[in-house]
Write a protein that binds this ligand. Structure first.
Ligand code: 0X9
Ligand code: ZN
Length: 428
């Protein structure tokens, strides 16, 4: 081959490699924006930007209420930077190329899947698919027939089975109190199902340490509420940041935010009626089979249920009602006491500082139609959304090597809250 053709071949090769890596987030940047100065109107300004979905996505910042992250399309970056300068808002670029981050992670996941095939147990080595998680809970129940029970409680829009695992201490006592936990409401929040898997392992395989949590209580757990969305985020870089369900919402768009779809003050705040929006509330309350399944579970256990815990990301925050309005319920002291127990345990164990408090003022927006408010209103005295810590470059993407540390830390908080609940609400 002469030098000319060698060079042509080389450039084709590198072009090919380049093309392979290109995805729709190529060149997107993420800016961390301070919302501290003139915070109210900066917040308003950012929510205006968020409406322009072709160019912007506004995400929670790493500094709680005082910052936000904005992912900006390459063609809009100059304009965005000028807008920020005009408003004297300080910012920092926290991801210079979202596309590159996503393709690296996609490749890492593919390799980890090969290195750690499913073998009957799920550890913290990598993120798992919905079918692996379902297989895992089935296997746990088979291995522990007196202590763990599977129930198929419904189907997702695309037909995936929604299964709960109920974990007991095996003493066959009926009608114990209940702690209801779910994960995977929002598709891209992968650390949530990973935390649920760890929690199941703890309750089943570490009974010695957790016996008090199962003495008078059963745990009912739905690991992935939105499996269609969760699977969709695993198929490519382009779909990694999907949030909603996958049912068509209009002739052009897909998905409803399952955490805006509950029939409690539905669509009254912080929810969109635009079927293309990430916070689309759905055509009517419980238009999504996945949200309906969770509401059935909540109502099934509302007389015995003492704590409802829904795991999201990212915070870190422990949020309690109300989330649809800037008000607190009469029993705010009870909610605060339990949330504080989680906050303190985590702070002591790892130094991570969770924010905890009423949802609307702690996360800085009201959003109606969420499962936490619904469960609280149905009678769960304690109802929390736990926003797990951020990770990776975009907050939703802790690298697999961080799973172990994060889920262990979260379990410290969850078990501390559960411990407070089992003493505070003894079996009647
Ligand atoms: O907005 C949400 O659905 C939750 N945050 S997330 O970033 N994971 O999407 C917070 C829900 C808080 N609860 C209520 N607003 N009721
Ligand atoms: Zn979420």
């Amino acid at each position: 081959m002469d030098i000319f053709w060698a060079l042509v071949a080389l450039s084709c090769l590198s072009l090919g490699a380049g093309l392979q890596k290109t995805n729709i987030y190529e060149g997107y940047k993420v800016y961390e924006v301070s919302t501290q100065a003139r915070s109210a109107d900066n917040g308003l300004f950012l929510s205006e930007l968020a409406k322009n979905q072709t160019y912007y996505e506004v995400l929670p910042g790493s500094k709680g209420r005082t910052s936000a992250r904005v992912m900006v399309h390459p063609e809009e970056q100059l304009n965005f930077v000028q807008l920020m300068a005009h408003r004297s808002v300080s910012y920092e670029v926290v991801n210079h190329n979202v596309g590159l981050t996503l393709s690296r992670q996609f490749e890492e996941n593919r390799m980890l899947r090969q290195s750690y095939p499913y073998n009957g147990r799920l550890g913290t080595e990598r993120y798992y698919t919905h079918s692996e998680i379902n297989q895992f809970i089935e296997d746990v129940a088979k291995e522990n027939p007196r202590r763990a029970f599977i129930k198929t409680v419904g189907k997702s829009y695309e037909g995936r089975l929604l299964k709960t695992i109920t974990i007991t201490n095996g003493d066959s006592r009926r009608n114990k109190n209940v702690i209801l936990v779910d994960g995977g409401f929002h598709a891209r929040e992968w650390i949530s199902p990973a935390t649920v898997v760890y929690l199941i392992n703890q309750l089943v395989y570490n009974l010695e340490e957790n016996a008090d949590l199962l003495e008078d209580y059963d745990w009912v757990i739905l690991p992935v509420v939105n499996p269609d969305g969760y699977e969709y985020t695993q198929i490519s870089e382009d779909t990694r940041l999907w949030r909603k369900t996958r049912k068509p919402s209009s002739s052009e768009c897909f998905g409803t935010d399952p955490n805006r779809n509950f029939d409690y003050h539905w669509r009254e705040s912080g929810a969109s009626d635009d079927p293309c929006s990430d916070t689309y509330a759905g055509s009517k309350p419980f238009s999504e089979p996945e949200a309906l399944v969770v509401s059935d579970l909540i109502r099934t256990y509302s007389d015995r249920g003492q704590m409802y815990l829904t795991l999201h990301s990212f915070g870190p925050m422990i949020l309690y009602p109300w989330g649809w309005i800037d008000e607190v319920p009469e029993t705010v002291d009870d909610l605060d006491e339990v949330a504080k127990a989680g906050y303190e345990a985590i702070l002591e164990a790892t130094g991570t500082v969770y924010k905890y408090g009423p949802s609307t003022t702690t996360i800085n927006y009201a959003a109606a139609g969420a499962s936490d408010d619904y469960a609280f209103n149905e009678g769960f005295p304690i109802s929390f959304t736990m926003e797990l810590p951020p990770g990776g470059r975009d907050g939703f993407d802790p690298p697999a090597s961080d799973i172990d540390r994060l889920v262990k830390e979260s379990w410290v908080g969850i078990s501390a809250m559960a411990r407070r609940v089992v003493t505070k609400y003894p079996l009647a």
